[in-house]
Design a protein around this ligand. Structure first.
Ligand SMILES: [Zn+2]
Length: 254
């Protein structure tokens, strides 16, 4: 799903000297430095984003997503404790805290399951999770399905963190059915019905569309996919208009 792997290396902060950490030493095979996925790089190292500004593109450097998430939860000019902090915490903070705790819990639960000592620092623990996951898969101790499932966690987490920082715009494809499952409407927990196929636009990402029917989950990523989707459902998807929305979002927000 990520659009950041455009052949350019995303720099990892040299301060991330995890290689001296016991977690990393325990879980890495001899000399086998496992390549990080694009999402893993952004979670634990600084990364770049091409931000469209008018007709040009500006390269913006961001800190690790995990650090960005931490700063949402704990404002830099404020200590974590103190009376009233919980009362003044806004919705974004609560969501950020939930997500941070979720990532920590899942990561540490797996490290524990695998008998790996956690480092107590989330970026290091994520690195340990990634290394152990790959070493188990490489040695045949983990089947492909489990590996694929767990290796996708960082993708989900990176997207969820970025969505808190830079909320996506979403546009339903009205009056259409998903070309794969032929479902046109989804119903939420409150019984409200809405259009099933949803286009999502995120700053710095290619536009995507997804079928929200849980049994299907078809996705379309990027301009060509969306044009193809439009053809399949008989709707003209105006990619240029979508990209204009992205450009406006990025100049507003960044
Ligand atoms: Zn579908």
């Amino acid at each position: 799903m990520s659009r950041f792997a455009s052949g350019r290396r995303i720099p990892v902060d040299p301060k991330e000297s995890w290689s001296t950490n016991t977690v990393a030493q325990n879980t890495m095979g001899e000399g086998q430095v496992k390549e990080l996925s694009d999402s893993m790089r952004r979670l634990i190292g600084s990364w770049e984003l091409d931000v469209p500004v008018g007709d040009s593109v500006r390269v913006q450097v961001f800190p690790p997503l995990v650090d960005m998430l931490h700063s949402l939860v704990v404002p830099s000019n404020n200590s974590r404790g103190g009376g009233g902090a919980a009362n003044t915490r806004n919705l974004i903070d609560a969501k950020s805290l939930d997500l941070l705790i979720h990532i920590q819990d899942v990561t540490r639960a797996w490290l524990q399951e695998w008998g790996v000592q956690g480092a107590g620092e989330l970026k290091l623990d994520l690195r340990g999770f990634w290394e152990k996951l790959h070493s188990l898969h490489r040695s045949g101790a983990m089947d492909d399905d489990t590996f694929d499932h767990l290796a996708a966690y960082p993708d989900t987490w990176a997207t969820k963190i970025w969505d808190l920082i830079e909320p996506p715009h979403q546009v339903p494809l009205r009056g259409t059915v998903c070309p794969r499952c032929e479902v046109g409407k989804v119903v939420n927990g409150d019984g409200d019905s809405s259009d099933n196929v949803l286009i999502t636009i995120r700053v710095g990402h290619a536009p995507t569309a997804e079928c929200r029917n849980g049994d299907c989950g078809a996705t379309w990523v990027g301009r060509d996919d969306l044009i193809e989707l439009g053809r399949a459902v008989g709707v003209e998807v105006d990619i240029d208009a979508l990209m204009e929305v992205v450009a406006e979002m990025s100049t507003d927000a960044l």
